[in-house]
Structures are given as C-alpha cells and as structure tokens.
Design a protein around this ligand. Structure first.
Ligand code: M6R
Length: 447
C-alpha cells in the first residue's frame, strides 16, 4: 500500500490510500477488516485510490471516505495497516532491515558478553602496543567511526582519529606499527576503504576490521575481523549494518577500556548489561513508529532540512541527514550546533525544518538553547530527546521523537532508529524508489 499524504488540516492528515496490494494482510485482521473490505467494495475498489484521514488523536483508527461520508475503522491488530509496500506493491527492503534490527543486534552483541565482560573469541589484541587508533571508512560506516571516536576516547583514553577512506589515500598519513587501524565496512568491498587498508598495512599498522559480509576482500586482508552478523542488507541505504557496526565498535571500546584499566569491573558490568538491553529498547522504539509516520506526514514536503546536535548527537545527525537525503532526495545538512552562529544560521528562515538532536543528556541545556535560537528565527523544530527529558523539550518544539534512557555511549544507537523511520516514511510519501535511490550503488567499487 502506498499512502499519498497530501494535506494536513486542523486535526487530521488527509491522504489517498493507493494500490492497496496488502489485501491479503487486511483479510487476516478479523471483523473490522472484513467490514472495511465490504465497505470499499471488495477487490476492485481496493485497487483504486481511497480518500482517508488519520485523525491526530486516534492512534488506533483510520477514517475512510465513501458515499456515506467518513467512516471510522479499527486498525487491524499487529499494525497490518501500516505502510510497508511501495508503489508497485513490493516489500521495501529498507523497512524490513529497520525492523530486523533487534534480532541483528542480538546476534552482534549477546555472544560477545560473558560474565559481565566483553569477550571477542580469537581476538589477540594487546592495546598497550598502540599509541593511537585511526578509524577509516566511507559514508555511514564513517559516521559510525565518528560515534566511535567519542566513545573510545572517553572510555579507553586513547587518541582516535576518524578519516574518510577517500581522503586517507592521498594525505600522506602518519602511521606506524604503534597505530591500530580500525576499518569499518558493511560490504567489505568499498574500493577507497580497501585502498586505504592496503596503504595503512604497507606502513606497518595492524588492521582490525568491522565488516558485515563474511569472506569479503576487506575481511580477508585484515589482521583481525569482527563480524557484525547483521545478515544480508539489500536496500542501498544502510540501516541494520550501521547499528550493528556501532554495537561492535562500542563493545570494542568497552573491551579496550577493560584492558587499559580506564574503567572498573563495576563499570564494565554496568555497560555490558546496558548494551545487552539495547535490542529490547529498539523494539520499544519500533513499536512507536506510528508517531514517526505522523511527523513524516507533516514534514515530507520540505525542501531543506538541518540536523543539529552536539557531541554524540552531532555524529548521529550526520547519519540522520544522510539517510534522509539519500532516500527522499530532500536537501539535508548536519551541523554541530555550536557552528550555527558561524554561518549556517543565516539559512534558517520561517518554516525551515530543523531536526534538533538533544538526546545527549549532559549537553541537553545547550541543545535547548539552540532550539530557542532557531525557533526565534521561525524554524519548525522536530526534536529528539530521551524519555527522561521529553517533557522539558516537548514544550518548546513542534514535534518530538523519543528514545528510552540508556548509558550515554549507547544513545546514538537508539537515536538512529527514529531517524531511519522518519527518512523512510518521508521517502515513502514522496514516492521515491527507497531501495534503489537514483545514482547510488550498494557497494562502491570504483573511485
Ligand atoms: O560497504 P561500506 O560500509 O564500505 O559502504 C560505505 C558507504 O558507501 C555506505 O555506507 C553508503 O554511504 C550508504 N549509501 C549509506 O546508506
């Protein structure tokens, strides 16, 4: 089914339900669905456009327009009414991958936690042999590296530099045998990343890769590999590979911090128990996706979006912005909030959409002051906050996405899920080819 959201009026969003190829699913829904089927006229009518509206305050109902006016229907249990087919009735792989994240994260995390500590079977890494870490990657994998820098430096107290693989090749890198190079790649075949790996290796660095595709070129040429076990990712834009890469890098940060004794055994227990809880917390976020779909219906026709945040929220914004632009074709940029005053704020005008990321609680007050700043210039603000800070943020913004509270270092892993869904629902409403965005390839094997 495809939803053509075309107008928001007072208390409801109006849309055409089009191409209702999920008829089989609807049938499973019981009485309410049978009555829906009968009312819209059976198979033939279901293939036509149907005017519908989603009342703002009715989470469990949809209203459909027919000869007799608006009729209220129960949404079937299990969210059968949600949008997960594209215009041609195909399952959107990206959406399926988003939904698979709890399972993928379980595979990536749980086998690596034993007795309150992180265990990497077969990894012989003596961190005392390294003075610094360089993380090398492209695209979303690079954004994982940005999150990793904050977490590795904070937890393991080791200097980390994150470098774009395409730049690394040409920057005469300062690397020797006391450098640990962490290469991140979903496909394990990205040409720039592969070339950077070879360059770093030739300079004497040890290569530890975080890879999804088993037996890929990058995995084969690395000294050590940590697989993400996300499973095949068919959509061009990454989702579950991104979150599992981050989980593995977070585990590595805890592992190195344990080795370097920069955290206590008690810290280790607390962090491992928090990371093991993430899959269930992602499930919780996924179950609130209706709200995210609603916001997408409000903002899908914006031409330009700015993601702002500080620290981990800045790194998260980079990914949120990339996801939105690559699948919905909306121009989108991510900025460190502190940079707004250095130029970007001149682009904020009445109606500009700003996605204000305020999940990193130590800097929540700063996030709030940036919200006030852009609101004063007329921006529409969609915010992201933890549940504990929801109330404070909600009163100041136009819309709010929330994530459960967790240890600070894991916030981006939860925060990315609503941003993925937001990008997905926006792209769906704009009629984009979500799994195969124009001009993009899943694996970039040319320069
Ligand atoms: O397979 P890799 O992780 O090496 O790919 C890196 C990028 O090409 C990739 O993350 C790209 O940015 C995706 N389109 C992001 O969704």
């Amino acid at each position: 089914m495809r939803v053509w959201m075309f107008r928001t009026w007072k208390t409801a969003s109006f849309c055409f339900l089009r191409n209702l190829c999920m008829r089989r699913r609807l049938r499973k829904g019981g009485d309410s669905i049978n009555s829906f089927m009968a009312w819209v006229g059976g198979k033939k009518a279901l293939r036509d456009e149907i005017l519908a509206r989603f009342p703002r305050n009715y989470k469990r109902y949809i209203e459909v327009f027919g000869g007799a006016g608006w009729v209220l229907f129960h949404k079937p249990p299990g969210n059968d009414f949600e949008v997960f087919n594209d215009f041609n009735g195909n399952l959107v792989n990206l959406y399926r991958c988003v939904r698979e994240q709890p399972e993928a994260l379980r595979r990536a995390i749980l086998p690596r936690i034993k007795d309150g500590a992180v265990v990497f079977d077969g990894l012989m890494l003596d961190s005392s042999r390294y003075d610094c870490i360089k993380i090398i990657a492209c695209g979303s994998s690079y954004h994982v590296g940005m999150v990793g820098k904050y977490n590795l430096e904070k937890l393991a107290r080791i200097p980390v530099e994150v470098v774009l693989a395409s730049e690394f090749r040409y920057c005469d890198p300062i690397i020797d045998s006391r450098t640990l190079v962490v290469v991140i790649s979903q496909s394990g075949e990205t040409l720039d990343t592969m070339a950077a790996l070879r360059e770093a290796k030739s300079l004497g660095a040890r290569i530890l890769s975080i890879v999804n595709v088993v037996g890929s070129s990058i995995a084969r040429e690395s000294d050590d590999v940590l697989y993400t076990w996300a499973g095949p990712e068919i959509a061009v834009a990454t989702t579950k590979a991104y979150s599992t890469q981050m989980a593995v890098l977070d585990l590595l940060a805890i592992y190195l911090a344990g080795q370097r004794k920069t955290i206590t055994a008690e810290d280790m227990r607390r962090l491992t128990s928090a990371i093991a809880a993430l899959p269930a917390q992602v499930e919780q976020i996924l179950s609130n996706r209706e709200q995210i779909q609603y916001y997408a219906s409000q903002y899908f026709n914006h031409d330009s979006v700015f993601f702002i945040g500080r620290n981990l929220d800045y790194a998260l914004g980079m990914e949120g912005s990339l996801k939105l632009k690559e699948i919905s074709y909306i121009h989108s940029e991510a900025y460190a909030s502190g940079e707004l005053k250095h130029g970007t704020i001149s682009l904020i005008e009445p109606g500009t959409l700003v996605v204000a990321l305020g999940s990193y609680t130590p800097l929540f007050d700063k996030a709030m002051s940036n919200v006030i700043e852009v609101k004063a210039r007329g921006a529409s603000v969609l915010a992201l906050a933890t549940e504990s800070h929801r109330a404070e943020m909600e009163s100041r913004v136009d819309g709010i996405l929330t994530i459960p509270d967790t240890e600070l270092m894991f916030l981006p892993l939860l925060g990315v899920v609503p941003l993925q869904l937001f990008a997905y629902y926006v792209a769906l409403q704009r009629g984009c080819d979500i799994d195969k965005p124009r001009n993009l390839a899943k694996s970039v094997t040319v320069e």
